[in-house]
Design a protein around this ligand. Sequence first.
Ligand code: G6P
Length: 466
Amino acid sequence: MASTQAAQVLVASNRGPVSYQVDEDGSLHARRGGGGLVSGLSAIGPDAGALWVCSALTDGDREAIRRGTGEPGVRMLDIPPPIHADAYNGIANSVLWFVHHMLYQTPLEPSFDADFRRQWSSYETYNRAFAEALAEEAAPHATAVVQDYHLTLVPGMLRALRPDLRIGHFSHTPWAPPEYFRLLPDDIAAQILHGMLGADRLGFLTHRWADAFKACCDAFTDGLGDTSIGVHGLGADADFLRDRAHQPDVADRMTTLRTEIGTAADGTPRRTIVRVDRTELSKNIVRGLHAYRHLLDTRPEWHDRVTHVAFAYPSRQDLAVYRDYTAEVERVARSINDAYGTPTWTPVVLHVEDDFARSLAAYRLADVALVNPIRDGMNLVAKEVPVVSDEGCALVLSREAGAYEELGEDAIVVNPYDVVQTAEALHTALTMPPAERADRAKRLAAAATALPPARWFLDQLNELKS
Ligand code: G6P
């Protein structure tokens, strides 16, 4: 699946824009993903000589490589599965994700032992595979933009192979402050920072994460050197979302959801608190459920009058800690329903099967959106719900989400660890006068769409080239 001509613009990320499944008849079935990079690359047009380098993640992906078929403009790397597992599950998702989201729970974690060192060497191998592929595919003086914590070593490795290139790196996660980043072994911390500083330009979603990165460089290296830093807050794609949210399959899901939400004993439709997340420790779903429970415990006026629609979609299920968290979310939701449910009222409607049309249906019906991550690079749900909701919903938002920098003024802001405060915020959101709610929702939607994905990507590209 190598491209036929040298690329002018290259993107590198672990997960690519397409993945393949082998169907029963042996044919390959492609599934295309969405997101900011996909919109960005399509915005530069098919003739721009763009190439996306990504990992083969499924058997279908590896089969597509073997058959030499596959999407033009995409090169999948067949990294040996054990190497990929060490790099992705071991280092990227169990170490770097935990550092940047400050998720470790001492005294048991972290512990950087021999196993960690073995995984780290796989992470180096995996990063090298990307750097070599980019070096091979890039036209002279081309631009390469490398994505995220999976690929922190690529900029430095690529710089050594191809000094002529313009190299960028973008972090979609938070960045840890030096006091937390220094949990990492000194040599590893230095390797990550030096790897990234191989880029001409580093991008972050907020000033807070960019400042934390600079502080880490000041603490552990000689500073940024010649590398510049840019802040690009990815926004929601309003045109796409509004169009998609008005397709017939979304209308069908709304009908089903309305039945699940139901009406109160006096016949009025129940108020709806919506959350949509990957089932991810940083999303703080369990504390969100505890807050809802506290609302019901302390404010009986809401019994039978509100439903919490919670979608928690499976993520990184190879890791036990994620599987355990999923089970905990289900257990707590069940305990609320056992405590307060009646034959006609299910207080928590929890769904765990991924369904984008149903997420949009919930966005449209939401009175309140609950977005309470412990820490989050941006959080696009916080930006998408105000754009899509029919009535203009109120937003309860964690101050630790990157989106807080842009939406903080019109959201009801919470400390994600404070369950009592979050419960009060839900009450405030549910009782907000309709005119105020609509005004705030309008401003939230405007702020949320200020930097749509295509512009977000093109701005980075232009700044990198200039
Ligand atoms: C979220 C994060 C990204 C990350 C992605 C990886 O979207 O914001 O920073 O790259 O997860 O998810 P995956 O399912 O590929 O592990």
